[in-house]
Design a protein around this ligand. Structure first.
Ligand SMILES: Nc1ncnc2c1ncn2[C@@H]1O[C@H](COP(=O)(O)OP(=O)(O)OP(=O)(O)O)[C@@H](O)[C@H]1O
Ligand SMILES: [Mg+2]
Length: 250
């Protein structure tokens, strides 16, 4: 049995203006899962993800990551759980692609030679090495998304959360990011993808969690839930609508 990376017990989160973002969520996530987190705009997906790496803390309830309470082990949590944000531009801190990926390791005071080795390896893996001296702001949307993934990967988190990883990507960009995510899962990383675009990723997912009004409404095998997606404001994949089951993207 794979171990649980995350155990969430009855968490609630109310924002400072009184809006209830998360209501009574309990869920466990095991090592190696590939989870789609779906739900219409404002259903609470990003708010939920931000709790998993301690960017937001619950008002009540508990989040356990690898046996430790997130609120008491923030640094360890962020080493275990990485998040690739939807808007890659807002995360850029480095003058060059290389510096951007090196940033997290520099913060951890890793030795320069080790940083150079790790960053070069990740950039080569993601086919970004030829861009290493470019300003991140000059990259295309797909390249920026891959750079954001590189910045998280270099820290080698066990669980990687992607918030809308396919938004604004064209077909080749979607394929590049999709294959990167699939490779990460195959090499042992646990994956959670918050997306409206279930069709792109459904074939890879082992589980779908659907949120509505800050609550989890469905949680299970994608094939069991696929026909109910539209009742939660999420588009059902075309092939499924036509009675043809699910098909890989491409
Ligand atoms: N800081 C905040 N203060 C008050 N309300 C907030 C705050 N952040 C988010 N919300 C509200 O919480 C709800 C859930 O937001 P969230 O960003 O988690 O939704 P989402 O499912 O990720 O939506 P989308 O699909 O548009 O990305 C929304 O109604 C949003 O307006
Ligand atoms: Mg969101």
């Amino acid at each position: 049995m794979p171990k649980n990376i995350i155990d969430i017990k009855s968490i609630c989160h109310t924002f400072s203006d009184g809006y209830v973002g998360i209501q009574n969520i309990s869920v466990s996530i095991s090592q190696g899962e590939f989870i789609i987190l779906a739900g219409k705009n404002g259903s609470g997906k990003t708010t939920f993800l931000r709790h998993l790496n301690g960017l937001l803390l619950p008002d009540s309830g508990q989040i356990i990551v690898n046996g430790h309470d997130v609120s008491k082990h923030l640094i360890q949590t962020r080493k275990t759980v990485g998040m690739v944000f939807q808007d890659a531009d807002t995360q850029i801190v480095g003058d060059t692609v290389f510096d951007e990926v090196a940033f997290g390791l520099e913060n951890l005071k890793v030795k320069r030679q080790k940083i150079n080795e790790k960053v070069s390896l990740i950039l080569k893996d993601l086919n970004l090495f030829h861009l290493k001296n470019r300003s991140p702001f000059t990259l295309s949307g797909g390249e920026k998304r891959k750079l954001a993934i590189a910045g998280i990967l270099v820290m080698n988190p066990e669980l990687i959360m992607f918030d809308e990883p396919f938004s604004n990507l064209d077909h080749p960009g979607t394929i590049q990011v999709l294959s990167t995510i699939i490779d990460l899962n195959r090499s042992g990383h646990t994956i959670i993808i918050a997306t409206h675009d279930v069709e792109t990723i459904i074939c890879e997912a082992t589980r779908i969690i659907i949120m509505k009004d800050g609550r989890i409404k469905e949680d299970g095998n994608p094939l069991d839930i696929i026909n109910r997606l539209e009742s939660y404001g999420v588009r059902e994949p075309c092939s499924s609508k036509l009675g043809l089951g699910i098909k890989p993207y491409g």
